[in-house]
Design a protein around this ligand. Structure first.
Ligand SMILES: [Zn+2]
Length: 262
C-alpha cells in the first residue's frame, strides 16, 4: 500500500492569491479532491490523505505533520501562483535545503507528466525549481509543491476555470505519481487491454486503435458516467466475456457522437 498526502494550499481566513473572482484556496481544494477520486477509482493499493477537504485553516507545520504521522510515501502541495498580472505558466518546487535523488526524481516525473498534459493549452513551462517552503522543509518523505498556473493573469485564469484544463492537470499529477510509485491500474482497465488474444492477427492494430479511441473517451466521462453509463457497463461485460469485437468500438464511437450532440 502506498500513501499519498495531498495538501490543498491555504484555506479558511487565508484565501491565498486571488484574481478575476477566484480564490486560490478554492481551486486547490477542487484539484486535490479530483486527484483523490481518480487515484481511488483507477489504481490499486493506494491510500489518499487530504490535509484539508473543506474550507478550513491549517498551519503550515500541521500540514507537514499530517504527512509525517501517516508515514506517507509522497507529499504533494497544490497551489495557484500570482505575481504582477503578466507572469504565466506552470512550475514545481522541491526544498532547496538538500534533498535526495528520490525527491528530484519525483519532481522531474510529475513535472513532465503534468506539462505533457497541459502544453496543448499553450501555457508556458516555467520549469523545475527549488525553494525554502515550510511544507517541503518539514516533510520527511519526498515532497513537491505545484503551482498550476497564475490566478492573477487573464489567460491563465481562463485556463484555471476550464474543466478540460483542470482535468488534464489533475490527470498529469496522478499519472506522474503512479509512475513514480509504480502503482498498478485496477483490473477492469487491465482487461480492456488483455482481451485481445496473442494469435489474433488484428490484435496489435486493435490494441493501438482502442488505446487511441477508448482512452480519451473514458477521460471525458464524469465519475458518475463511469459508474452508470449503460454503454460502459455493456462494454465491460463484453470484455469480461471475451466478446470484444471491432464493431463494438464503432458502436461506442457512435454513442459518443450522440452524447456530443446532446
Ligand atoms: Zn499558495
Amino acid at each position: 500500500m502506498k500513501t499519498i498526502v495531498f495538501d490543498a494550499g491555504h484555506g479558511g481566513h487565508d484565501n491565498g492569491a486571488n484574481g478575476f473572482g477566484l480564490y486560490e484556496k478554492d481551486l486547490c481544494e477542487d484539484r486535490v479532491k479530483r486527484m483523490k477520486i481518480i487515484l481511488e477509482n483507477e489504481y490499486e493499493n493506494v491510500k489518499i490523505i487530504l490535509t484539508r477537504s473543506d474550507d478550513t485553516f491549517l498551519e503550515l507545520r500541521e500540514r507537514a505533520q499530517i504527512a509525517n504521522r501517516a508515514g506517507a510515501d509522497v507529499f504533494i502541495s497544490d497551489h495557484k501562483n500570482a505575481f504582477n498580472g503578466k507572469a504565466r505558466g506552470f512550475e514545481s518546487f522541491i526544498w532547496n535545503g538538500g534533498v535526495g535523488a528520490a525527491t528530484r526524481s519525483l519532481q522531474n516525473i510529475v513535472h513532465r507528466s503534468v506539462y505533457n498534459k497541459i502544453k496543448k493549452y499553450d501555457i508556458p513551462d516555467r520549469g523545475t525549481k527549488q525553494a525554502n517552503f515550510s511544507v517541503l522543509r518539514n516533510t520527511k518523505m519526498s515532497a513537491i509543491l505545484l503551482e498550476e498556473a497564475f490566478i492573477d493573469n487573464r489567460a491563465d485564469n481562463n485556463l484555471l476555470q476550464k474543466k478540460e484544463f483542470s482535468e488534464a492537470y489533475c490527470r498529469g499529477v496522478v499519472e506522474g505519481l503512479a509512475e513514480f510509485l509504480g502503482l498498478k491500474k485496477k483490473a477492469d482497465q487491465q482487461n480492456m487491454k488483455s482481451v485481445y488474444k496473442e494469435d489474433d492477427w488484428m490484435s496489435e492494430k486493435l490494441d493501438k486503435a482502442t488505446k487511441e479511441v477508448w482512452q480519451p473517451v473514458i477521460e471525458r466521462w464524469t465519475d458518475e458516467e463511469k459508474q452508470h453509463n449503460p454503454i460502459g457497463k455493456v462494454w465491460l461485460e463484453r470484455i469480461k466475456n471475451d466478446e470484444l469485437e471491432c464493431k463494438d468500438i464503432i458502436r461506442l464511437l457512435g454513442h459518443e457522437r450522440l452524447r456530443g450532440l446532446k
